[in-house]
Design a protein around this ligand. Structure first.
Ligand code: SF4
Length: 438
């Protein structure tokens, strides 16, 4: 691999798009390339290799990446030796079109190809190198990751998805479910604890579908909780159908497992849930929420909502608004449906106009703002244990951290990053809380 004049090693610039799984994958890629002799460039202009780790969930995400690629192509024009690569879900999803739309790409590599990156980057070819083989066994277990700074680290415990929701391409771009051996998960968490990490977030596309031999997700939570040094455990994203008694019991009885759950519902209409092939009804989801709240009274809940899926009528949409009110989510990630090629719903097409989608999206956002506000106001007067993450963005000597319910709190205190401070909540907005040391 050629590198720039004056630098002792080839430098790589890595840019990440999409979900937390992708951020964790970039930490893995960074570790793989560092061990292969690459340095980390802070800017694309300083790099010999530029890699974009991408997302295919929505069309908009793909358009952003294509725009960014054409910007970066200018650098390549100035420095033809620069290598430009596209990694991740979009590489897997769109490999053929990508090579046409962005002919200046040197490398297109899917989510199961990261182990081979040093070898792929060492090849020089006129045509782009395309490596998008999916591998049923690839978990990257034991490879280690370059976790970022701060008291929280993300640990991938399973990859892929077997659920095939109608709107989603994840099972096609990330392949089938496979879990990391529990010893490897515990080993990585122990290493993180030794480095001062206090909170681990266990990650997987359907994280609570984790299974390795006899070990299911509830047991894995308890194994990680047994580690000294790890004070808090979270996980994302669970699927409602995999929320077993054993997982709920681990959340309810293991104090390190925090009372917060991101539980995607997607729609409040049974008709839509069936069309989306989500595998549960509104009644089953509500019954699960009730079981969770009974077992974990302090639980905070967030969700994902899609508006404008194929066939969604006004009464389906009204049912979604009704469900949101009934559950009273603490937060929601809301999206307009975007047809994805290769998904099961692709052939059904788009029946809801852009205008109706936009109107429905504004309505769910507005509703969620008021629900979040009400949930956050209910925190006023409570004393919460806050894990300090660093100075607050607004400056003036304030600190910022998260409560067990994953709510951001800004407060004045003398405390170090990674310390836990008892904070009395004194005011709230729909997005964050303010407090004073209790
Ligand atoms: S559970 Fe459904 S939405 Fe989630 S990754 Fe799997 S197919 Fe996609």
């Amino acid at each position: 691999m050629q590198h720039r004049e004056g630098s002792a090693q080839p430098m790589v610039y890595l840019e990440t798009y999409g979900c937390q799984m992708n951020i964790a994958d970039s930490e893995l890629i960074s570790a793989i390339l560092r061990r292969a002799g690459y340095g980390a460039a802070a800017r694309p202009e300083e790099a010999d290799v530029i890699l974009l780790n991408t997302c295919a969930i929505r069309e908009h995400a793909e358009e952003r990446v294509l725009g960014r690629l054409s910007d970066l192509a200018r650098l390549k024009h100035q420095r033809p030796a620069l290598r430009l690569g596209l990694l991740g879900c979009m590489a897997q999803h769109n490999r053929a079109q990508l090579v046409q739309k962005a002919p200046y790409l040197d490398l297109v590599a899917g989510p199961d190809s990261y182990r081979r990156l040093p070898e792929l980057l060492s090849q020089t070819r006129f045509d782009p190198i395309v490596d998008v083989r999916l591998d049923r066994n690839e978990t990257y277990a034991g490879l280690g990751s370059d976790h970022g700074p701060g008291p929280r680290a993300y640990v991938t415990v399973m990859r892929g998805c077997d659920r095939f929701c109608a709107f989603c391409v994840v099972p096609y771009v990330r392949g089938r479910e496979r879990s990391v051996a529990p010893d490897a998960v515990v080993g990585e968490c122990a290493e993180l604890a030794a480095r001062g990490v206090k909170e681990v977030v266990l990650l997987g596309q359907t994280v609570n579908a984790y299974r390795y031999g006899e070990v299911g997700f509830g047991r894995l939570l308890r194994m990680v909780a047994a580690l000294d040094g790890i004070e808090r455990i979270r996980f994302t994203s669970p699927h409602p159908c995999d929320m077993t008694d054993s997982v709920i019991e681990a959340m309810a009885t293991e104090p390190k497992v925090q009372p917060y759950l991101h539980l995607p519902v997607q729609s409040g209409s049974d008709r839509m849930l069936a069309a989306m092939e989500r595998g549960y009804s509104v009644g089953q989801y509500l019954e699960l929420v009730e079981r969770l709240r009974r077992a974990i009274p302090q639980l905070a809940l967030s969700t994902d909502i899609i508006v404008g899926f194929h066939g969604e009528q006004e009464d389906d949409f009204a049912a979604t608004m009704g469900l949101m009110r009934q559950v009273g989510f603490d937060a929601a990630f809301t999206f307009k449906y975007s047809v994805r090629e290769h998904s099961r719903a692709y052939k059904l097409g788009d029946t809801v106009s852009e205008e109706d989608k936009a109107r429905r999206l504004s309505a769910v956002i507005e509703l969620q703002e008021s629900l979040s506000m009400a949930r956050n106001r209910a925190e006023i007067g409570q004393v919460r244990k806050v894990l300090v993450e660093g100075p607050a963005r607004r400056g003036d000597g304030m600190l910022s951290g998260k409560t067990p319910q994953f709510k951001t709190v800004v407060f004045p205190a003398q405390a170090r990053i990674g310390e836990t401070v008892a904070v009395r909540i004194v005011s709230a907005t729909s997005h964050s809380l303010s407090g004073v040391a209790a």
